[in-house]
Write a protein that binds this ligand. Structure first.
Ligand code: DOR
Length: 443
């Protein structure tokens, strides 16, 4: 009879090789073994009967705004929302104020994660004109999930839009680069057409399909030319999803929860400025293409692109409306509701939000329930139906495009490296998040 720190007993466990009725044993923060452990002992036994045990789900695309404006979000509040919503790790974007573009700022952020984060955190390092020559070294800094390049403008001052500099970035290192792909020249050329303002749905006309598709065609040409792997973030058009299938030698693909849930014009009619994001929510043809791409395997990861802004900034008349939607706390319940509606399986959800991010970014010890891996679990009750109440949300910005939505399926427990950090709406203990480790980085 073996003795463990923790046994998750009696759940339906989503393993990489399929669902199984099995117990899971944990020691020193890692998974030790799987199987029938009814006669084994542990300091803590969690009864998972009637529940599904998923690998710790990861949101690989969040903007926690730290440093920035604490009235909007911080690492502490964003990661608290993450564990309340069932996530065990987030990968945090660099377009903060100031942005994360140097080893010194990565060092600061690493310390800040250790002090304040509730879940584990991977850090993007920002690609900027000023640090192009250093990116090859910066991508190997500890805990860096990837370089992030904004090839089209969005929130913040990071941008590299021209082919010559993009090629220099690609030739300067080896790890997969994450791209915001919208063609900046087309965005700027079309801007004057919309200066007079108008309804929020014009956002999708300004930043049209060709803005995104052209951006992706240019990036794919350069990625092939330099043989440098790319992760195209928030792919939002049917055209790109179709195109990227022929670039699997260099490209992986992210789709956002928002593009799998909302469409134009309905989202703009219902939410106004609270539907404005980059790349935009588009018409239903693209929503359907996104689900087809989930079904046929084109999509590698799903993220929220949690991008909080103050209410005042969201309520400015378009085109001055700040772009970005919140989602770190709501992505798991919303995706579980999609599972309940039959749009994907729990196994595919685990692939998109655990194995996928771990594979694409090379996260060490994450992404699967298997012996030796971190004991990160998202325990969900598919029988639970619950409304996303505004009072439940912890982000100081105070709004969600999904407030009021009823979800069938809900995360009831979050286990981080063997310790329950959320149970039935309660955050437990002290912040214990650590920086995530990645292959290809210095230890
Ligand atoms: O809508 C967006 N908001 N898209 C981005 O690319 C950036 C983000 C933000 O940081 O606000």
């Amino acid at each position: 009879m073996a003795s463990y720190d923790l046994i998750l007993r009696g759940g339906t466990v989503v393993l990489p090789w399929g669902e199984a009725a099995t117990d899971v044993a944990v020691r020193a923060g890692r998974i030790v073994t799987l199987g029938d452990l009814r006669t084994d002992e542990a300091a803590e036994v969690i009864d998972c009967a009637g529940l599904h045990v998923l690998p710790g789900l990861i949101d690989p695309h969040v903007h926690l705004r730290d440093p920035g404006d604490p009235a909007v979000e911080t690492l502490a509040t964003g990661t608290k929302g993450a564990v309340l919503g069932g996530l065990t790790a987030v990968f945090d974007m660099p377009n903060t104020q100031p942005s994360i573009t140097s080893a010194e700022r990565l060092d600061w952020k690493r310390g800040h994660i250790r002090e304040t984060a509730w879940c584990d955190v991977g850090m993007y390092v920002g690609g900027a004109r000023s640090n192009v020559g250093e990116l090859g070294a910066l991508e190997r800094e500890p805990n860096v999930c990837a370089i992030k390049v904004f090839a089209g403008s969005s929130t913040g001052d990071l941008m590299i839009e021209d082919d010559e500099t993009l090629e220099r970035v690609m030739r300067g290192g080896g790890r997969r680069i994450a791209y915001h792909s919208e063609d900046e020249y087309r965005l700027q050329a079309r801007k004057p057409m919309f200066e007079a303002g108008g309804p929020h749905r014009l956002h999708a006309e300004w930043r049209d399909v060709e803005c995104a598709f052209l951006g992706t065609r240019r990036l794919m040409a350069l990625a092939r030319k330099t043989n440098r792997p790319a992760h195209i973030l928030h792919v939002s058009t049917a055209e790109e999803l179709d195109y990227l299938r022929d670039f699997r030698d260099v490209a992986t693909v992210e789709v956002l929860l928002n593009h799998l849930t909302q469409w134009a014009p309905d989202a703009y009619d219902a939410l106004g400025g609270y539907a404005v994001m980059n790349p935009p929510i588009r018409d239903k043809r693209h929503y359907e293409a996104a689900w087809a791409a989930v079904a046929n395997g084109t999509v590698d990861t799903v993220g929220s692109d949690h991008a909080p802004h103050s209410r005042a900034a969201k309520e400015r008349p378009w085109p001055a409306t700040a772009a970005g939607l919140t989602g770190v706390q709501t992505i798991v319940p919303m995706m579980l509701d999609h599972v309940s509606a039959g749009r994907l399986s729990l196994a595919r959800l685990a692939d998109l939000m655990a194995a996928g991010p771990a594979r694409v970014y090379g996260a060490i010890g994450k992404g699967r329930i298997a012996a030796g891996y971190d004991a990160d679990f998202t325990v969900v009750d598919m029988g639970k139906s619950r409304v996303i109440e505004p009072e439940w949300l912890v982000s100081p910005c105070g709004w969600s495009p999904f407030a009021g939505t009823r979800c069938q399926g809900w995360p009831v427990m979050t286990v981080l490296r063997g310790r329950a950090v959320m149970r039935e709406d309660e955050v437990l203990g002290e912040p214990g998040g650590l920086p995530v480790r990645f292959e290809g980085t210095r230890a």
